[in-house]
Design a binder for this molecule. Structure first.
Ligand code: PBG
Length: 324
């Protein structure tokens, strides 16, 4: 007549719930993505990402120091150049905005944090694609690899501890590893964007980097319908030398995070992307969601799925909430 089994028993008091809570989120597990805009005199707000800005070199430095003081585990840097061209020259130029800003941060922070850089051409190309185009307008995989290799070496030279190839070109990890090793950067790590989906959730990011893209990235990013190819990409990235592998976006792809985490031999990151941020901010601004509880729940869910680290635009704020 009465239940024999009462799972509610362990939920009776806050102390009991605390005792049996499985998943933790710690500041050191959070990575803050940051944008730096070439030639900006003032930080520029990003309308679709309330609270996030395109930094000036100076404001970036200050915000990076604050993030490290808040306890975040790392910083992922994106550059917004003033001029763009077909081959994304600003990406490989040692004086390009991303490399200059990396140098600023490495001088400012030394080894106090893990400095990461987006190793992709899309912010620097006038067509907005992640690679260079062939004569038919398609993205030329192998011609792009050469530029990724040069870009990675410049980023390592500028002070990146870890480069993040996000372009989904075949062979990108192997080519970058070889180039870094040849240039003597054997300890510069690679955060591989392993399973990156052709997602609508990147919308606000494209505003953040002033993307010139028309059309989509479906010839190189994965189909949201597919889980299997994430494991194939994982095997390839591991074989090519990835130090950390990433799944992106986060919340809509927790099954993929779980599948990758179950078999990966290296740490797994998940990227809570711009659209995930914008959704929660918009709902919270309307009073439809409790902002803090929702943010912490999403981070807990991504960790519970198996991610060791999470890239999130809330990294600093969440770190302040989570600090003991
Ligand atoms: C491309 C890149 C993208 C993001 C990170 N790197 C956008 C894209 O693939 O179009 C998206 C990140 C976000 O939405 O927060 N280099």
């Amino acid at each position: 007549m009465f239940p024999t089994h009462r799972p509610r028993r362990l939920r009776t008091t806050p102390a009991l719930r605390r005792l049996v809570s499985e998943t933790t989120v710690e500041p050191r597990q959070l990575i803050l993505p940051m944008f730096v805009k070439e030639g900006a005199a003032e930080p520029v707000p990003i309308a679709s990402m309330p609270g996030v800005v395109q930094h000036t070199r100076e404001s970036l430095r200050k915000a990076a120091v604050e993030a490290v003081q808040a306890g975040v585990g790392g910083l992922m840097l994106y550059g917004v150049p003033q001029t763009r061209d077909a081959v994304g020259s600003g990406a490989t130029d040692p004086d390009g905005i991303l490399n200059v800003a990396l140098r600023d941060l490495r001088v400012e922070l030394g080894d106090d944090t893990v400095l990461m850089s987006d190793c992709c051409l899309d912010e620097f190309t006038d067509h907005g694609h992640c690679g260079v185009l062939d004569e038919h307008g398609g993205v030329d995989n192998d011609a792009t690899l050469k530029l990724y290799a040069d870009m990675a070496v410049e980023q390592a030279r500028a002070g990146a501890h870890m480069v993040g190839p996000s372009g989904m070109m075949d062979g990108q990890i192997g080519v970058i590893r070889e180039a870094l090793d040849e240039a003597g950067f054997v300890d510069t790590a690679i955060l591989a964007y392993t399973a990156k989906y052709a997602s609508a959730f990147y919308g606000p990011f494209r505003e953040a980097v002033e993307s010139q893209l028309k059309g989509d990235r479906k010839t190189y990013q994965q189909d949201p319908a597919n889980a299997r190819e994430a494991l194939r990409e994982l095997s390839l990235d591991l074989a090519e030398g990835a130090d950390v592998v990433m799944v992106k976006p986060g919340l809509p792809y927790l099954d993929v995070v779980r599948a990758v985490a179950e078999v990966s031999e290296v740490p797994v990151a998940a990227y809570q992307v711009s659209g995930e941020y914008a959704m929660v901010e918009a709902a919270a601004a309307n009073g439809w969601l409790d902002r803090e509880r929702t943010i912490l729940e999403t981070l807990t869910s991504i960790r519970r799925a198996g991610a060791d680290t999470v890239l999130t635009y809330w990294a600093v704020e969440a770190s302040r909430w989570l600090r003991p």
